[in-house]
Design a protein around this ligand. Sequence first.
Ligand SMILES: [Zn+2]
Length: 342
Amino acid sequence: MSFDRIIGQEGAKKILINSLKRERTAHAYIFTGPDGVGKFLTARILAEALNCTEEDKPCGICRSCRKIQKGVHPDVKVIDVEGASIKINQMRELRRDMFVRPYEGRKKIYIIRQAEKMTPEASNSLLKTLEEPPEYGVIILVTVNHHMLLPTIRSRGQVIPFYPLSQKDMEEFLVKNLRKGKEEVRFLAAFSGGRPGEALKLADDEEFVQLRNLTFEIIAGLNKNNNEKGMFLLIDRLPNKKERIQEFLDIVTLWYRDLMIIKTGKKDTIIVNADLEEELNEQVQYLSIDRIFKILEIIQRLKKDIESNANLYLILEVMFSKILGVYRDDVYSCRSQVQKGG
Ligand SMILES: [Zn+2]
């Protein structure tokens, strides 16, 4: 069964495989869940299964299956956003096309990606098609959140939820796909939040790799004592993009989380930055549990300001001055103790 190509998503696979076995597939499916967890891949494999010419469907290797994998099967179409939305003319075209019988396959399948981006007019047009589809017609709506679809559309499709993968599944997937060791992929697996698609994207993203290196340069500089100016110069080198800064802060957070785990000696919790274990072990000597906790608090508190404030660098400078203060254990922490004491 080539549903094996999908990692995790056991629930979704079970529903689909069972309905295929009993030949009771629906006319409309709604695949819902976060980006990068395998919704589109599953939609394509379902399309393969519906049109496969072999006994064991989908075989993944017959002419029909291979055509679908290459995106050239005349009876399997993918609809994407045009500009910022999916428009009514796209849905009218779908409807026209659907009522022409399949050329090669048994079924005509339409995969609508980012279905939540349909305009209201497009949604209503699709609804008409969903109300009376031809017996060979199958529509698969792929969306990050099925609640963003019209309730009338939702009620006409079988909702199939997709979930982020476990750390273990992610690591196995990345070891296989990136041909790297378990320790090397651990950070990426954790950072991408159980989304294999996102992990592969980040692995290929040179700016992200640089961002992680720069992050450690900044952190390593913190315990080399008192060089505030040097720290600010490094912060200035961070990309001036909100999403990148959020990623930067997530990398920083994972770093201190790792230090905390080492410090508390929790053996059953994994170290995310496993590829930098030496650096972690060196840095852990500079901080007590209390101070690591304090740093994590500072990051959490100021992270919210990044969302709402335009001056990213100013917030980062404030944040890292405070963190540096914790390393020095100087005025900042003394003052906060005085405040706590009343
Ligand atoms: Zn096949």
